[in-house]
Design a protein. Structure first.
Length: 330
C-alpha cells in the first residue's frame, strides 16, 4: 500500500503542514521535530508526489520524457535532441519507453512523479489519457510532442502531418502513379497523413480504397508483413507505389520487395515519413517526408521550461512544415 503524507504525519505525531514544511525545507520548527519527521519518512519510505512538489513551487531541474518506442530511430533522435537542449538550460531528462502498453504508461508516470520531475513531455501516443488529465488538473507542466489530442488543453508541438501526407501523394502523382497502397500506424499522426494523402489523390480523380490501407505498429518486420499481404493480392493487380507512414515501415517494404526480386523504383516506388538516419542507409536511398527533428526537440524544451518558470500553461500550438526529400526509391 502506498504511503501518504497523512500516514507520515500520524506516525510522527505532527500535523500534515509540519510534514510539508520538512519536505520543502520551509518554516521554523525545532530541530528535534524536523529530525523526527525525517526519520519517519525514511522508515516508511515515503515518496512525495509531483503534485505536492508542483504546488509548493519547489523544482528538481528534471524533465520527464515518455516515448512509445525508443528503438524507433525517430524517437531516439528526438530524445537526444531534447536531452541536448535541456542540458543547455541546466536541466536533466529522465526517459521512459512505454511500448504503447497502458500498464507501462501508468508505471512510468508514477515513477516520474516519485522522482518529482518539474514537467512532462509525452510523445506520439498515450493510452491512459485520464492520467494526463489529472496532471493538467493539478497544473503540472505538460507538453505533447508529435501528438495532437483535442481532449487535452496543453501545448502541442508537431509537424503538419496533413500537409506531409499531401506532399507524399503529390510526389507520387507527379511521377504518374495511380495504383497506390498505404501502410500506416494506429495513431492520430497516421490518420492525418492518410487524410492529406487522400486529399491530393482525390484532386486528381484517384480513389484510395480502404482495402488498400494497411494498419499495423511501427517496425520493419510489420512493414514487410504488410507488403507480403499486398503481394499475395497480386492477382487483383499490384500497386505501383506504396506510401509508408514512417521510415521503419518503409524499410520493411523495401526488404519485402527485394525478396520478391522487384526492382525499386521501376517495379515499385516507395516513400516513407520522418527522414531518420535509416533513410540514408538503404540501397537505394529512401524517399521520405522529413520532420524537422532538431527544431521540434528544441521547441518542446523551450515551451516546457517556459511553463515551469511561469507556473502557467502557455497553451502553444506549433506546427512545423514537413519537407519532401527525394532519393532513389522513387
Amino acid at each position: 500500500m502506498k504511503v501518504t503524507i497523512y500516514d507520515v504525519a500520524k506516525k510522527a505525531g505532527v500535523s500534515i503542514a509540519t510534514v510539508s514544511k520538512v519536505i520543502n525545507h520551509t518554516g521554523n520548527m525545532r530541530e528535534e521535530t524536523r529530525k523526527k519527521v525525517m526519520n519517519v519518512i525514511e522508515d516508511m519510505n515515503y515518496q512525495p508526489s509531483i503534485m505536492a512538489s508542483a504546488l509548493s513551487g519547489k523544482g528538481t531541474e528534471t524533465l520527464g520524457l515518455l516515448v512509445p518506442d525508443i528503438s524507433n530511430p525517430f524517437f531516439s533522435m528526438i530524445a537526444r535532441t531534447i536531452e541536448d537542449h535541456a542540458h543547455e538550460h541546466g536541466m536533466s531528462v529522465i526517459m521512459c519507453s512505454t511500448d504503447e502498453d497502458p500498464e507501462r504508461e501508468k508505471k512510468y508516470l508514477d515513477v516520474l512523479q516519485r522522482k518529482q520531475v518539474d514537467g512532462f513531455i509525452v510523445a506520439s501516443s498515450f493510452h491512459e489519457k485520464k492520467l494526463l488529465r489529472k496532471l493538467v488538473e493539478h497544473d503540472v507542466p505538460l507538453v505533447m510532442l508529435a501528438y495532437d489530442d483535442a481532449s487535452l488543453d496543453v501545448s502541442k508541438i508537431s509537424v503538419d502531418d496533413l500537409k506531409g501526407g499531401y506532399k507524399a501523394a503529390d510526389h507520387l502523382v507527379s511521377l504518374g502513379h495511380r495504383q497506390i497502397a498505404v501502410i500506416a500506424e494506429h495513431t492520430n499522426s497516421s490518420k492525418l497523413r492518410i487524410l492529406g494523402f487522400q486529399e491530393r489523390l482525390e484532386s486528381q480523380g484517384i480513389t484510395l480504397k480502404e482495402e488498400n490501407i494497411y494498419r499495423t505498429t511501427a517496425s520493419t518486420l510489420n512493414g514487410k508483413a504488410c507488403f507480403d499481404k499486398i503481394f499475395q493480392r497480386k492477382d487483383h493487380g499490384l500497386p505501383t507505389a506504396i506510401f509508408a507512414c514512417n521510415d521503419l515501415l518503409a524499410i520493411g517494404v523495401i526488404q519485402g520487395a527485394m525478396e520478391k526480386r522487384m526492382s525499386i523504383p521501376d517495379d515499385l516506388a516507395i516513400i516513407g515519413f520522418d527522414n531518420t538516419i535509416l533513410a540514408t542507409t538503404t540501397v537505394p536511398g529512401l524517399t521520405t517526408i522529413a520532420q524537422p527533428i532538431e527544431e521540434m526537440g528544441k521547441k518542446v524544451v523551450e515551451v516546457l521550461i517556459e511553463e515551469i518558470k511561469e507556473d502557467v500553461s502557455v497553451n502553444q500550438r506549433v506546427l512545423f512544415n514537413p519537407e519532401l526529400i527525394v532519393r532513389g526509391t522513387t
